[in-house]
Write a protein that binds this ligand. Sequence first.
Ligand code: HEC
Length: 458
Amino acid sequence: MTVLLETNVTLFFGRFHSLIVHLPIGFIILAIMFELLSWRKKADLSLAATYGLLIGGLFGVIAVILGLMLASDGGYNEDTLATHQWTGIATTTLAFVAYFLKINLKKFTWAAKAYPISLAVVLILLSVAGHYGGNLTHGSTYLLEYAPGPIRKMAGMKPARTRITALDSALVYEDAVHFIFETKCNVCHNRDKSKGELLLIDPQSILAGGENGAVITPGDPAASELFRRVTLDPHHEEFMPTEGRTPLTRQEVAILEWWITEGAPFDKKVADLPLSDDIKISLKEIGIGQEVSYLASLDLPAVAPETFNSIMLQGFRVSNITGNSTLLEVSYMPHNPEALSADKLKTLSDARENITWLTLSASTLQNDGLSIIANFPNLTKLKINGTRITDEGIKHLVTLDNLEYLNLYGTEITDESVDYLLQLPELKKLYVWQTKISEQGLAKLRDTAPGLVVESGI
Ligand code: HEC
């Protein structure tokens, strides 16, 4: 079903305001820059500045007219709109004043003094008008939404709250419902722009409803105006969000339905409400209850600097896997002329919990070394390709419960290792190219562990 929207000439033109308004801004700023360049005699752009001001002013007039048409749509915060409107009109007027002064510079001596002042004032007015225009379009919190804490504080904003995404501690309203409103609805339902006189920014405003009263009936989605609006046919003129903005996903609608059915609580945790499997899947879709990877869940103290140094002195390269992680990536230079003795490996034991990636490729590592590595509980990635290890060594590795990646390329291991490898519960990727594992051995690996990718060259 398609419902044709009524034609509205005023609004039709009005919507072009947001498009046109950038032209006067561009021309006026360009004119000021040209003036600054000519002033220092860097380039003679004086005439270009004159025309810039004139054209900027003319486009300003068009932008003002379109803006007034758009404002007739209503739903904007009155104060924000008034400031935007009057600074916009003043910017346009001042652009003409500056133009007039500029062409009369030689005629009146006072014009030469007033001209730079007029440019400065234009620039200030333009910035204010632009800023309030941005607030009308995006809401006043838009600009500093991702700003660092101290800047938000200076602007009088609440400190950013980190969204909780763990299923047992996430809050129904803050982390799920509010999140949906913020991403899909609040460009139009915020303090500066409250379409339908509805704000969806906090519990009070949601309960207050819009121009036609309450939008939520706790316990009854079907009777809730808000729910009706998001479940209409998308072509229906009352469908929310309007104007072709990204509609709610099926899962987001399901979450709102669930929340309203459960009485639309604002302070409960997700886990306090009945959770069907469908709802769990829907929540996962908006990032709540996704399994945290093993590594991300570890919170280990950093390794002492002395340990770090003594490991490096043994010829290892050590670094943190990411800038803010305490987990380590350690490697021994391939073809290092110095043998990789068991003693050298023992220095790694002081950091055994932190080491998660270990590369000992093409070193002189032998089976006794693997008995040391077998005690690294958080090892997820191990490269020991091109070494002299054998099945005897692989036997030690079965204790590595978190090992996900193992490279054994170019070693002498045989089918005897297959049974040991199958004991690694997290193993996802295994490289056994150019080893003595037979085709039957490979088939056994692949059949017994379907989730394991075995790279064998065949
Ligand atoms: C692009 C702007 C825009 C977006 C985005 C938007 N709305 Fe609206 N909304 C409007 C306008 C305009 C009205 C007033 C006209 C009307 O009632 O249809 C309105 C009205 C409403 C009303 C009726 C209020 C009343 O009392 O009449 C509800 C409920 C509503 N919106 C909910 C939502 C929800 C929920 C979302 C997010 C899924 C949303 N809106 C996203 C523009 C928007």
